[in-house]
Write a protein that binds this ligand. Structure first.
Ligand code: PMP
Length: 396
């Protein structure tokens, strides 16, 4: 069978592969502590669910405008003003079937074959695959734990060439949980001011899951709003992963392009989801705050537990619900003839021996590390940490 050549350029995300593997083991009756999860374990807030039921009863069951209902785009603009101090018109907003599709819309609208795209690593897996689909050239910039996995202005400057078209990053970050502070973003913005032709995709999907400072968007600095595409959505902050709603806010030309791209793929996201998204975006944020409080308690617990595992080097991230420890201290060790060469081996050891599921950092271009999600109950996290501590100690 002759399939398209472009398939050879991309692969299935390892996050999805790991989730599948743990599901298979669970289906065989094995008690897996799943710390590979990329979504909040909370229910969608009741007032949003009620709004969805109302939308069904009111007959919102037809096709919608491609970029979303006008009053929804106005609600997004309201949110950007309220939370980020940024002014956008409804025409600059394109609502989609999840932040993932918004990123795809933006990359397909910007990247030509041969264009260079700078991605600081560790990074969210989809970014590079979309660039490769467009035959762009991915330029990874490795960022270490010593700077909490964040790119410095010097590193950014050094990575820029005349071919650089786009810079893509997330803050708070998946997989590291790192949050760029106001000053750190200002430092990056100063570099971008010297290179006015570079676009920026700022993925802010974890905006509300932040334990430290108020969220800052890089679009708030200088002239950057004119070439930044803000990506956000309801999946994480409102625990609405299955509802599928994301959006981008961008300069008008890019929003129009994204609208056109989307019109050939999905038309628009679900009408019912769109109606209840208005309620979410204009409503109170107290349920998000409660969720963050619970995540905060788990974060403190898991950080303490990981800190006490000899051979594992961990930092305390400011956002999202991931820890990203360096596990290279276990490389070269073995248990009953099974040798751990890398993070992939360690993940398999943890899955099959400790029955704890985590994701290898290799998936995020950081093969010294593993990603541990704490988007599960404190009881399960406690059990997972107990098993991990016990089994990692057996590696000699
Ligand atoms: N960006 C990042 C950094 C993510 O972690 C995710 C979800 N794992 C997404 C985007 C996609 O979110 P959505 O469910 O809105 O498509």
């Amino acid at each position: 069978m002759q399939l398209a050549e472009r398939l050879t350029r991309i692969s299935v995300p390892q996050t999805i592969r790991m989730a599948k593997l743990s599901r298979e083991l669970k289906a065989r009756g094995i008690d897996i502590v799943d710390l590979s999860i990329g979504e909040p374990d909370f229910d969608t807030p009741e007032h949003i669910r009620e709004a969805a039921k109302k939308a069904i009863d009111e007959g919102y069951t037809h096709y919608t405008p491609v970029a979303g209902y006008l009053d929804l785009k106005q609600a997004v603009a309201h949110k950007l003003q309220r939370d980020n101090g940024l002014e956008y018109t409804a025409e600059q907003i394109v609502v989609s079937t999840g932040a993932k599709q918004s990123i795809a819309n933006a990359v397909l609208s910007i990247v030509n074959p041969g264009d260079e795209v700078i991605i600081p690593t560790p990074y969210w897996v989809t970014y590079s695959e979309l660039v490769k689909l467009c035959q762009g050239v991915v330029k990874f910039v490795p960022c270490g734990i010593d700077n909490n996995y964040k790119i410095t202005p010097q590193q950014l400057e050094a990575a820029i060439t005349p071919q650089t078209k786009l810079f893509m990053f997330s803050s708070p970050c998946n997989p590291t949980g790192s949050v760029y502070s106001h000053d750190e973003l200002k430092g990056l913005a100063e570099v971008f001011e010297k290179h006015p032709d570079i676009f920026i995709i700022s993925d802010e999907i974890y905006e509300y899951i932040n334990y430290v400072a108020p969220h800052t968007s890089i679009a708030t600095f200088g002239s950057l709003k004119n070439r930044t595409i803000i990506i956000n959505g309801l999946s994480k902050g409102f625990a609405m992963t299955g509802w599928r709603l994301g959006y981008l806010a961008a300069p008008l030309e890019i929003a129009k392009a994204a609208d056109m791209v989307q019109s050939q793929f999905t038309s628009a996201t679900c009408s019912i989801t769109q109606r209840c998204a208005i309620t979410a975006l204009r409503g109170p944020l107290d349920t998000a705050q409660e969720m963050v409080k619970a995540f905060g308690e788990r974060r403190a617990f898991i950080f303490d537990a990981l800190k006490n595992i000899p051979g594992l080097h961990v930092n305390l991230p400011d956002g999202a619900f991931y820890m990203f420890p360096n596990v290279s201290g276990f490389f070269g060790k073995q248990y009953e003839g099974e040798r751990i060469e890398n993070a992939d081996d360690l993940c398999m050891f943890l899955l099959h021996k400790a029955n704890v599921s985590v994701v290898s950092g290799a998936a995020f271009e950081q093969p010294q590390c593993i990603r541990i999600s704490y988007a599960t109950s404190l009881d399960r996290i406690r059990e997972g940490m107990k098993r991990m501590t016990e089994w990692l100690a057996k590696l000699q």
